[in-house]
Write a protein that binds this ligand. Structure first.
Ligand code: MN
Ligand code: MN
Length: 301
């Protein structure tokens, strides 16, 4: 048993039911994404569909749907006046759903170019291989090795500075980190721990850097502000309970100015779009799972 933010007590079973419900909604959203993401469809239109559908299905967004194209690995999403349409792109759709703060985080790659099926397969197979080795007592180092070996065995490189992670109530990225390669980072998985594993594969170097665009932020500090339009935006931001939000979700009144000021004051942090350093194309696959004594229960499958 543990205490909720609002002090209501939930049993471990009730908590797992929330994780499972979030996982079911997530699975439905991924199925629908496979139908929706087609050439000529607007990026904003798709993002807005996912935002609304998440709520219709009984969940809330744990973070804005990441719609990262080609050499973008993560943290790209629709802006308020986004006019982009899907073309012959390699598209990472990364969706976060929560039920009472308990999160399902998972991703797929859709290849509209028709040229990158092997790259898409590399991250999918690495994810399956990693899931196969998960159980209580296994070290995160073993998972990293499995992912690297699988991706390199298929002729690609893992993205080394992106990692999977633990998941906790209202915390999208908790300890431990789950590496995507051989790395001196050793944590031991324990029973009932909830983690997300997310291999990224690329035909480039295998390293991401910050790009110049940023549409995703999260609140990290509670600091009052006197300026009225900023206060209005901050009140809205507080409703996300520290989880990442999209600029397009905010009241559109001097939003850029407010975000810049809140960044300067350290009230929010920014998640710029992450781009493969050598311009390689990137694929991603991700599931959330509950670690069990002899394996795991994948909540998003
Ligand atoms: Mn994700
Ligand atoms: Mn994740």
């Amino acid at each position: 048993m543990r205490l909720d933010k609002k002090n209501d007590v939930m049993t471990q079973d009730e908590i797992f039911d929330c994780y499972r419900k979030a996982g079911e909604i997530h699975r439905k959203l991924i199925e629908e994404s496979r139908e929706k993401v087609k050439k000529g469809v607007g990026v904003y239109e798709f993002a807005d569909y996912i935002d609304k559908r998440t709520i219709e299905l009984g969940g809330l967004s744990a973070f804005p749907v990441n719609i990262s194209l080609n050499e973008e690995a993560a943290h790209s999403t629709a802006s308020f006046e986004d006019e982009r349409k899907f073309e012959k792109d390699v598209i990472k759709i990364d969706i976060g759903v929560h039920v009472k703060g308990y999160i399902a985080d998972g991703a797929i790659t859709i290849d509209l170019s028709g040229k990158y099926s092997d790259l898409v397969k590399a991250s999918e197979e690495a994810l399956n291989a990693a899931i196969d080795v998960v159980k209580a007592g296994v070290s995160t180092t073993k998972i990293g090795e499995t992912i690297e070996d699988t991706i390199q065995g298929l002729g690609f490189e893992p993205v080394r500075n992106l990692m999977g992670h633990g998941v906790d109530k209202y915390i999208a990225h908790a300890e431990p980190s789950i590496p995507n390669c051989r790395m001196k980072y050793d944590a031991t998985l324990v029973e009932n721990q909830v983690i997300a594993i997310e291999p990224f594969a690329t035909d480039g170097e295998g390293f991401v850097v910050d790009g110049k665009f940023c549409e995703i932020y999260s609140q990290v500090k509670n600091k009052p502000t006197r300026i009225k339009f900023i206060r209005e935006i901050l009140e809205h931001i507080k409703t996300y309970n520290g989880l990442p939000f999209a600029a397009r979700w905010l009241p559109q009144n001097k939003t850029d100015m407010a975000l810049n000021q809140l960044l300067k004051e350290g009230t929010i942090t920014a998640y710029p779009v992450l781009i493969e350093a050598s311009g390689g194309i990137v694929s991603q696959a991700e599931h959330t799972l509950i670690v069990t004594e002899d394996g795991c229960e994948v909540t998003t499958r």
